[in-house]
Write a protein that binds this ligand. Structure first.
Ligand SMILES: [Zn+2]
Ligand SMILES: [Zn+2]
Length: 261
């Protein structure tokens, strides 16, 4: 379904109304369901679509088209982050989006654009900062000028993390998850055995959602750059056929492991 939408958008040269809405920089309103966003292919396709679009409209296609956008299930306290490093004489950036927090198309779009501004300060401006200084503001303001209909790129958006409500079949222990506690346990029965569902109690206050900010504290970004400097040679030597993006992915996995993510 999603691929159909994107196929249409790609073919927009033959669909005048889409072309004109794109030249006006209007971002098509795509709404995927929470279940769609759980499908790795669909959310990758979505983030790739937004990346391509913003790279054209805001960054004049200057960000490398293969700049890696990686969905990270271990990112639990921040919606996204942009890791920056130097490989050889190339400045590279690596964007992570949190599966858990980016659970609506709007959050994917806004978080990705925020992280792309961080990527631009490094890859295009050569300023290695993960804070929201002058260079970041330049790109954020430009993005806002070009896309006035999108929410402005703030340093801190507050996102509510949606908690999952889990129900268990009282007969066969089959589990289902919902984003609200709306499952009518009198009407809905287990699809496997016809048993009744019961809302599972979780430890702690499962009904209050926790809040998070979009931005990763800068200390982490800086220590990642150092980690890359210190380990790039070893990883390159052992993985001679890996692309730069592959090497970055390996390094960021190692880095997360060491830092307990
Ligand atoms: Zn059952
Ligand atoms: Zn930020």
């Amino acid at each position: 379904m999603l691929s159909v939408v994107f196929a249409l958008l790609r073919a927009s040269a033959t669909l005048p109304f889409l072309t004109s809405s794109l030249t006006k920089n209007r971002i098509p309103n795509i709404q995927l369901s929470a279940d769609d966003l759980k499908c790795p292919d669909k959310r990758r396709e979505l983030s790739a679509f937004y990346f391509q679009t913003f790279n054209r409209t805001v960054f004049s296609d200057k960000l490398p088209p293969n700049l890696a956008v990686h969905w990270n299930k271990r990112l639990l306290t921040t919606a996204g982050r942009c890791l920056q490093a130097t490989i050889g004489d190339q400045r590279v950036a690596f964007i992570h989006l949190s599966n858990k927090i980016c659970d609506t198309t709007d959050r994917v779009r806004d978080t990705l654009l925020h992280e792309m501004c961080h990527a631009a300060t490094w890859v295009l401006d050569g300023v290695q900062h993960t804070d929201h200084g002058k260079n970041f503001q330049f790109w954020a303001e430009r993005a806002h000028r070009i896309h006035p209909d999108l929410p402005p790129i703030n340093s801190f958006h507050t996102y509510i993390i949606r908690k999952q409500f889990n129900y268990r079949c009282t007969k066969c222990s089959n589990r289902v998850g919902r984003h609200t506690d709306s499952l009518d346990t009198k009407k809905n029965v287990c699809g496997l055995c016809g048993g009744r569902f019961q809302l599972m109690k979780e430890s702690g206050d499962s009904k209050t959602s926790s809040r998070t900010t979009v931005h990763e504290p800068s200390a982490r970004g800086d220590s990642f750059a150092r980690y890359v400097r210190e380990n790039i040679r070893r990883v390159k030597q052992r993985n001679k056929k890996l692309s730069i993006q592959g090497i970055m992915r390996k390094l960021s996995r190692e880095f997360d492991k060491i830092h307990g993510r």
